[in-house]
Design a protein around this ligand. Structure first.
Ligand SMILES: Cc1cc2nc3c(=O)[nH]c(=O)nc-3n(C[C@H](O)[C@H](O)[C@H](O)COP(=O)(O)O)c2cc1C
Length: 325
């Protein structure tokens, strides 16, 4: 295993999704191994106080590494014990060693193509709804009925708005938004206007609605309508409710989260994450009971799924030297 290959694998791991695109994964290239660490300065103090979303993001990065390594015939062996104390705002998560003889993961071809699709989807056909059924399984519940999607859309908007009413949450979110192309981090991290499917005018509006105008618009009760995305949920081919065993660590759930998302891409569809449905305890418990999710399962996240209505866009990511330590 050469350093050049290890570096290439880190480049693939960078494509993994992360909450608000904070990219918490840091990597150390060692002799024949990679050390994964969490950059604690990337934690969302308000939006993710327990580190649940950071752990899902790190699990997704670890799975991206595993899938990328398989493409070159390498098995990844994960070690979670005997890790160094890194100090300086870094927490060691795992060390990865490599053995020869892996088969190429069937999802490998989609690693570099996966991206959040926050725009509208094409009007779904019966064939689209049928195609999404392939994802039904022990950890994925598929919702395609129009009235059930409309209800999920309303629940999503209510849950999202509950978070948005917290000024600290909005401030943190705005801090990760890159609303103008000249923002120095537009192409590096966070959520840029293009990724959020906002036109330049809509981006200015978002800045005002989430910033200085929020309180008056909230008092006038017009803010919910301005932030609503429920119509996009109602118009999707499906919502996939992603749930994993309650006892499973979020890091492990993050691996499965990425695999499900790559599978959606392989089916020729796009997806946007609807995390508020899982993060708001009332919404999560109502969604779980409405859709018959077993008591031993935790709703980890949800995806709005459909056929993309336009071309892709450049991925915003830190350059590799910024994630190596
Ligand atoms: C734990 C987690 C939670 C996320 N929550 C949301 C969300 O609530 N809304 C959303 O639009 N995207 C959400 N995402 C998607 C990320 O914002 C996205 O992966 C990131 O911006 C990188 O962009 P990409 O998916 O196009 O590579 C989430 C991703 C993760 C891993």
């Amino acid at each position: 295993m050469t350093k050049a290959i290890l570096r290439r694998l880190v480049e693939d791991a960078i494509t993994a999704p992360s909450v608000h695109n904070v990219q918490p994964a840091r990597w150390r290239i060692e002799d024949n191994s990679l050390l994964l660490a969490e950059d604690l300065s990337r934690r969302l103090a308000v939006g993710d106080p327990t580190g649940n979303d950071a752990a899902i993001s790190l699990g997704a990065a670890a799975e991206a590494l595993r899938i990328a390594a398989s493409r070159e015939g390498w098995h990844v062996v994960e070690e979670r014990r005997g890790l160094p104390d890194l100090g300086a705002g870094l927490r060691a998560i795992a060390r990865y060693r490599f053995d020869r003889g892996a088969d190429v993961d069937p999802l490998a071809g989609w690693l570099g193509k996966r991206a959040s699709w926050r725009g509208n989807f094409l009007v779904p056909t019966e064939a689209d709804r049928a195609a999404v059924q392939q994802f039904a399984g022990a950890d994925a519940t598929i919702v395609t009925a129009p009235d059930a999607l409309a209800l999920l859309g309303r629940e999503f908007d209510a849950a999202s708005y509950g978070f948005m009413r917290d000024g600290a949450f909005r401030g943190e979110l705005l801090g990760w938004m890159r609303l103008r192309r000249r923002h120095p981090c537009w192409a590096r991290d966070g959520l840029n206007a293009e990724a959020m499917a906002l036109s330049p005018v809509e981006a200015i509006g978002a800045n005002l609605v989430l910033g200085p105008l929020f309180s008056p618009l909230d008092r006038l009760r017009v803010a919910p309508a301005l932030l609503a995305e429920g119509a996009k949920v109602a118009a999707a081919a499906a919502v996939i409710l992603f749930h994993r065993p309650v006892v499973e660590a979020p890091f492990e759930s993050g691996r499965h989260f990425l695999r499900l998302w790559l599978g959606i891409e392989r089916a020729g569809m796009g997806a946007a994450v609807l995390a508020a449905l899982a993060d708001d305890p009332r919404a999560a418990s109502h969604v779980a009971s409405t859709h018959g999710i077993a008591a031993g399962q935790r709703l980890v996240s949800a995806f709005r799924v459909g056929r993309r209505s336009g071309p892709g866009f450049a991925r915003a990511r830190l350059p590799i030297d910024a994630v190596l330590f």
